[in-house]
Design a protein around this ligand. Structure first.
Ligand SMILES: Nc1ncnc2c1ncn2[C@@H]1O[C@H](COP(=O)(O)OP(=O)(O)OP(=O)(O)O)[C@@H](O)[C@H]1O
Ligand SMILES: [Mg+2]
Length: 209
């Protein structure tokens, strides 16, 4: 269902501030919440890198949650298709969920193709300055297509899937991603290391030497 605008503007719905707040929950977990928003072509390695990074963070004792594109479409967004309106609503919901999770003090990792700048901006705008980290998984189309683990590029080339990102639908390259992973031919381990170093520089995590 699309968001109910009338409901959003209802002046009788009043925010209740609770005693246990974001700062409390984050300090209890001894971490700084953020959203790491992995974007890139299908097959670029978003789920793989985000998953491997989450494992490393969990080993170090950090509290995380990974939101993955296909998975949310099985539940939270199962009523949505791929029209422009539905894509927007899909991202809006995911963004709101990610925001709730940062409110819970978590380090959120998300893996969505999110090909349009406006989608990524929409989520960035939901979060306080510094809490949205755009991670561009920059794998050349040729490599993604060669991997093709879901057989989707093959179907798109055969015209069985229309509007497939990178084939007959645009991917708008991030202009200033916080983390730019030039991922072609680079191991998952190395890409995870780069993410960890960037999180350390931003004082979201603390790597011990
Ligand atoms: N750095 C890498 N080096 C080699 N292979 C990789 C690398 N990263 C991911 N892969 C492989 O590429 C394939 C696609 O990865 P993955 O499923 O993570 O892509 P994705 O960006 O999440 O795609 P989608 O948007 O379709 O979900 C997988 O088979 C994965 O094992
Ligand atoms: Mg994926």
């Amino acid at each position: 269902m699309p968001p109910n605008i009338e409901h959003q503007n209802n002046e009788n719905i009043i925010w209740h501030s609770h005693h246990i707040d974001k700062n409390f929950r984050a300090s209890q977990k001894k971490q700084k919440p953020c959203v790491m928003w992995f974007t890139g072509l299908s097959g670029a390695g978003k789920s793989t890198v985000a998953g491997a990074l989450e494992s490393r963070l969990a080993e170090m004792g950090y509290h995380t949650y990974l939101l993955d594109g296909d998975n949310v479409r099985h539940g939270l967004c199962q009523d949505l298709g791929f029209s422009k309106e539905d894509r927007r609503e899909n991202i809006r919901r995911v963004g709101e969920v990610a925001k709730l999770m940062t409110d819970a003090g978590l380090i959120v990792l998300s893996a969505f193709i999110s090909p349009y700048r406006y989608e990524r901006q929409l989520v960035r705008d939901l979060l306080p300055e510094g809490e949205f980290l755009e991670v561009f998984v920059d794998t050349p189309l040729a490599e993604c297509e060669k991997r093709d683990p879901k057989g989707l590029y093959k179907k798109a080339r055969a015209g069985e899937i229309k509007q497939f990102t990178g084939i007959d639908s645009q991917y708008q390259v991030p202009e200033q991603p916080e983390i730019h992973l030039q991922a072609g031919g680079v191991s998952v381990f190395e890409l995870v290391e780069r993410c960890l170093l960037s999180l350390n520089e931003r004082q979201i995590i603390h790597l011990h030497s």
